[in-house]
Design a protein around this ligand. Structure first.
Ligand code: DSN
Length: 435
């Protein structure tokens, strides 16, 4: 059975009362343990996080904020939320922190509703160039309320031409400009964006969901150091915490942000999640976490170089953070969905992804996106990145070769056995539950 940090008594009860879900859980442990996770937004949380997510804090209603709640019995929830807010401010050098957003989209919507009025103009990055759905993609609810305009990157360098951004901003007169992404392998010129926002009188927001942990460890630049008004981050990606979101902002915006989260958007905060965020924010201050963040970046460099050397076409030509996007259509003559499926068969999980101005649709896009946070969390280093690149290149060159994929699956399983998932140590081969 599992060696996870759930209470054994609770697991025994689950096995008796709901064998279907219990078995799915056991199989998921095996999947995560025996496969190489490269989805750049996923990670293995700190084992302490499991203890808190499975704790009695799950039972508590705490609408409001510390010291001002709508329910009694808050002496312990106030403690954890105050700790989470104080630690968030210290880690990110922020004047104000709200740790209640349930996850990423809710967090970004709360910022929009705090700072904008219906009909206001917002400037954010185009989705196919690396931006995120919650920055005003036309299919989102937010796009029905606010008027979003998008800036793009230069193809093929991936650079952002600030003169073009400035011209768009002067034209659309945004009330807020968003920096941030979910598939952009380059660093932003935060100071350049601050200048443009000042020129057009816009709020400036950074959504650093992918980079939160790397910024916390000072391995990447912190937009708040460049005078950004607001910064948002999810807590389950590079930060290795529970699923959740956080809003960090200037003091003068704190009250608007807090009111927008509660009661504007949400009811009871998830206190088990906030407890786990608080602990995460303590753990990311350790030297071992700082070393982890540096290794995430070193591994991304190593993986990118080995893939480039092997002939892969990297969107933007390389990476400056934890993620890599490959154009599989031009490099290997296959769409991203074909690449995703073949790599999955070889034991490597990543996601199909659009490339800038992709001529193909999102379910059959031209590329794949992947990154190093999860593999680094289980201890992969640069030798494993080179091995991984060799495996990936073989798969991408022959995605329909079943025998090759099966052979490579054995190789990935064998690498995984050497690097147990945090929280699953001691169970190199967790047993699947009996059917
Ligand atoms: N879904 C996340 C990602 O994969 O980047 C962002 O919301």
């Amino acid at each position: 059975m599992t060696n996870f940090t759930y209470s054994q008594a609770a697991l025994d009860r689950l096995q008796k009362s709901d064998a279907d879900i219990f078995n799915a859980l056991m199989h998921e442990e095996v999947r995560q343990s025996e496969g190489i996770e490269l989805i750049p937004s996923e990670n293995y949380c700190f084992p302490e996080v499991y203890a808190l997510l499975g704790s009695v804090f799950n039972n508590k209603y705490s609408e409001g904020y510390p010291g001002r709640r709508y329910y009694g019995g808050q002496e312990n929830t106030d403690t954890i939320e105050n700790l989470a807010r104080d630690r968030a401010k210290a880690v990110f050098r922020a004047e104000h922190a709200n740790v209640q957003p349930l996850s990423g989209c809710a967090m970004n919507e709360a910022v929009d509703f705090a700072l904008l009025n219906p009909g206001d103009s917002v400037l954010g990055m185009d989705l196919s160039h690396g931006g995120h759905l919650s920055h005003g993609h036309p299919l989102t609810n937010m796009a029905k309320i606010f008027k979003y305009t998008r800036y793009k990157t230069e193809i093929p360098s991936g650079a952002i031409d600030l003169e073009k951004v400035r011209a768009i901003a002067q034209e659309c007169k945004p009330k807020m400009i968003i920096c941030g992404h979910s598939s952009y392998p380059r660093e932003y010129d935060y100071a350049g964006f601050r200048k443009i926002a000042d020129e057009v009188g816009a709020y400036l927001m950074a959504d650093v969901s992918h980079l939160g942990g790397l910024i916390a460890a000072n391995a990447l630049k912190n937009p708040l150091d460049f005078g950004f008004d607001v910064m948002t981050t999810t807590t389950h990606k590079s930060l290795r915490g529970p699923r959740g979101g956080m809003i960090l902002c200037k003091k003068e915006l704190g009250s608007k942000i807090d009111k927008s989260v509660f009661p504007g958007m949400q009811g009871g905060p998830h206190m088990h999640q906030i407890a786990a965020i608080a602990t995460t924010l303590k753990l990311v201050q350790s030297d071992s976490y700082k070393a982890y963040a540096k290794q995430v970046l070193a591994n991304a460099q190593s993986l990118a170089k080995a893939l480039l050397d092997g002939g892969a076409h990297l969107v933007t030509g390389g990476t400056e953070n934890h993620l890599i996007v490959i154009n599989t259509a031009t490099g290997f003559g296959i769409t991203g969905d074909v690449a995703e499926t073949a790599l999955d068969k070889a034991g490597i999980t990543l996601n199909k992804n659009v490339i800038p101005d992709d001529p193909n649709p999102p379910m059959k896009p031209s590329g794949i996106r992947f990154g190093t946070p999860a593999a680094t969390a289980r201890g992969f280093g640069e030798p494993e990145m080179k091995q991984l690149a060799t495996i990936m290149l073989q798969v991408l060159r022959a995605p329909a070769d079943a025998a090759l994929l099966a052979k490579l699956r054995e190789e990935t399983r064998s690498v995984c056995k050497r690097f147990p998932v945090p929280g699953l140590e001691g169970t190199a081969q967790p047993k699947a539950a009996a059917a």
